[in-house]
Design a binder for this molecule. Structure first.
Ligand SMILES: NC(=O)c1ccc[n+]([C@@H]2O[C@H](COP(=O)([O-])OP(=O)(O)OC[C@H]3O[C@@H](n4cnc5c(N)ncnc54)[C@H](OP(=O)(O)O)[C@@H]3O)[C@@H](O)[C@H]2O)c1
Length: 291
């Protein structure tokens, strides 16, 4: 087996006052098919979460919409009482329906309900981070976030949330949120092949705000590109490893939350993300998303 890197690739980042490893873990893949219901392999899911902590990862991304409530309950079962170093970031703003859809639910009473259920399922008194999830499955949608964001600020002032973030948002919504209260992270879709947020990432880096790409490996449709496969083959690495290493090298404010339901994939991703990509390789990879 390939020896795993210590410290983790990418080092650490300070999220508000909290130190997190830039190599984090996204828990969504632990729920059942369609992110609904329990996993087929309950013990396997617990084993992945324990491996996350054993590898030294200190940032887990979750949401009580996953399952719903399934991934949070798995996190508690596997890891509670949590190590002091571990920081769990969740998100609110979407519900689940009987068909597995993700209807928006951003009214104050819904946001309060979601914060309460996250606290209950994770068995915490305060949530380290909460992202307000906007937009829809097609991506960010324009419009004011003032009302739902102010509700989260109120819950933060009540001591239920340490740090706020926003997710699936436009650059204008990031600006609007920051005019209301400080945010520590933005979580949007971004990867080697999908680079709509290049400018936003650079702006956030200058401001010391983390950018946390979701679907870093392409999500439900894994990244496929002949240029990516060519570079990976030359480096004797997997395309997944190259995609993660590229993100870590893209900007120091990028935090990884790749998802997996497999402990073997988790170890493979940690081992692979530390690849050092040369300027020529970066230029070749940069052409994928900029064509
Ligand atoms: N804010 C939002 O709206 C939003 C939306 C979506 C996701 N998220 C967050 O972002 C996180 C990451 O997104 P994601 O999990 O959907 O997508 P992802 O990280 O881009 O990809 C996950 C997929 O890649 C596969 N995979 C991982 N490592 C692999 C490897 N080494 N070899 C082969 N396949 C591999 C996984 O399958 P296996 O299980 O078989 O490894 C899974 O199907 C989620 O967990 C969630 O926390 C947020």
């Amino acid at each position: 087996m390939t020896p795993l890197p210590t410290p983790l690739p990418g080092g650490t980042w300070t999220l508000g006052g909290l130190t997190v490893t830039r190599f984090g873990y996204g828990a969504m893949q632990l729920a059942g098919p369609g992110v609904m219901g329990p996993p087929d392999d309950h013990d396997g899911a617990l084993a992945v979460l324990r491996e996350v902590v054993e590898l030294g990862i200190t940032h887990i991304d979750t949401a009580d919409a996953y399952g719903p409530r399934v991934t949070n309950q798995l996190i508690r079962e596997a890891l509670h009482p949590y190590p002091d170093s571990l920081h769990i970031v969740t998100k609110v703003g979407a519900d689940r329906d009987q068909q597995g859809g993700w209807p928006p639910a951003r009214e104050p009473e819904n946001l309060r309900r979601f914060v309460d259920s996250n606290l209950e399922d994770l068995d915490l008194d305060v949530l380290d981070g909460v992202n307000l999830r906007l937009g829809n499955a097609q991506g960010p949608q324009p419009g004011s976030l003032a009302e739902p964001f102010e509700t989260l600020v109120e819950l933060q002032q009540r001591g239920l949330i340490r740090h706020l973030g926003v997710s699936n948002v436009t650059a204008e919504q990031v600006t609007e949120a920051r005019a209301i209260a400080p945010i520590v992270c933005v979580q949007n879709m971004y990867n080697l092949a999908y680079r709509h947020d290049d400018e936003l990432i650079d702006t956030l880096a200058e401001e010391g705000i983390a950018y946390v790409p979701f679907f870093p490996l392409g999500g439900f449709s894994p990244l496929q590109s002949s240029a990516l496969s060519t570079v990976a083959a030359r480096l004797d690495a997997t395309p997944m490893s190259v995609a993660l290493a590229w993100l870590l090298q893209r900007s120091t404010n990028i935090l990884l939350i790749p998802g997996t339901s497999s402990a073997a994939h988790l170890r493979e991703n940690v081992a692979g993300a530390g690849l050092s990509l040369s300027d020529d390789e970066l230029a070749e990879l940069n052409r994928i998303g900029r064509r």
